[in-house]
Ligand binder design. Structure first.
Ligand SMILES: [Fe+2]
Length: 336
């Protein structure tokens, strides 16, 4: 059987995590200062889910059989109430996060990431809430969990201070990011900004050779879900809004028995490596632990049933785990 090689991922060129040099406008902090803090996500007041108009399949975009699920991406769907968005923004724009977790790369100049559950309990309770995970999993066609804490609630902030006025259809599409595949199986991109007057911001998806499909970007409180590891895509530039703040959370399959091709290429240059490698190792070891326990159970069951040892099956199992371990080792690149 031919082994499908996962798409190559290109990450930022910079070697290490770099603090952002441009300060975010004080008005962002001011606007969230008076929001009364809530510690936990409550689906009764914070969830506002409606199904997306359309879920594109891998088959529809010419990638049938690829990835871990038949789902490629969704159109924007409503996910959170205004109150939830206000809580998320209030947790993000605090002096602690802006001082210590505001980073930049040659891909994006303002990112907030790696701030952890301690600094943002509400955000972490959002992405670990069973109801939210249920929705994300249902739409993805496979049970998903956040990759790990470090990549939960990654936020891109883009501020337009040029006061440019844009007329519809006036300019060619500009790209915010080049064509790429993600480092993680699924991403959920949530819009935290009011998009009134904003033009562009779509996700472009490559269909086969030279065909491209554009999917509308989400508006405030809405999200799109995409199997970004296996779909070639790019974000188109948004114009005409004062700010564009999106939160991206990465997901992997919950089951230890589903292929997991999560890599760290896109994360290494924007993460504190010891923390990133610890979290990556921890979940990879958990997956291995479960796989090994399961294999051991199979071996013992055959033994008990007086069946001959399945040498081929064991070989195949070990080879697969060796590949998984090799990938894990290869991702933990030491800095000079
Ligand atoms: Fe992406």
């Amino acid at each position: 059987m031919a082994i499908a090689i996962p798409p190559v991922v290109i990450g930022p060129r910079q070697k290490q995590r770099t603090k952002a040099t441009k300060q975010l406008p004080q008005s962002l902090i001011e606007s969230t200062k008076n929001v009364p803090k809530v510690q936990r996500f409550d689906p009764n007041t914070h969830l506002n889910f409606t199904d997306p108009e359309k879920i594109y399949s891998m088959k529809e975009i010419g990638r049938e059989g690829g990835g871990i699920s038949p789902v490629a991406l969704t159109t924007p769907f409503s996910l959170f109430t205004q109150e939830a968005i206000e809580q998320i923004r209030a947790e993000l724009f605090t002096p602690e996060i802006l001082e210590n977790y505001h980073v930049k790369s040659d891909f994006a100049s303002n990112m907030l990431r790696g701030y952890g559950a301690k600094n943002a309990p509400f955000i972490h309770s959002v992405w670990n809430n069973p109801k939210v995970l249920g929705i994300v999993s249902k739409l993805a066609g496979i049970e998903l969990v956040p990759i790990f804490e470090y990549d939960t609630g990654h936020t891109n902030v883009s501020i337009d201070d040029s006061n440019s006025v844009v007329k519809n259809g006036e300019e060619e599409d500009e790209t915010a990011f080049a064509w790429h595949f993600d480092s993680v199986p699924f991403v959920c991109v949530t819009m935290l900004s009011d998009c009134t007057g904003m033009i562009g911001g779509e996700t472009a998806v490559r269909l086969g050779e030279d065909n491209v499909m554009k999917v509308r970007g989400p508006t405030q409180g809405c999200a799109v879900l995409m199997q970004g590891r296996y779909i070639e895509h790019q974000a188109l530039k948004a114009r005409g809004g004062a700010e564009r703040i999106t939160m991206i959370t990465s997901f992997r399959p919950k089951s230890a028995f589903v292929k997991d091709e999560t890599i760290l290429v896109g994360m290494r240059p924007i993460s504190h490596l010891p923390e990133l490698y610890m979290q990556y190792s921890e979940y990879r070891l958990e997956i291995l632990e479960e796989r090994i326990r399961n294999q051991l159970r199979k071996v013992r069951e055959r033994k008990r049933a007086l069946l001959e040892f399945d040498t081929k099956g064991m070989e195949e199992f070990l080879r697969e785990q060796r590949g998984y371990i090799d990938t894990t080792i290869g991702e933990m690149v030491e800095l000079d």
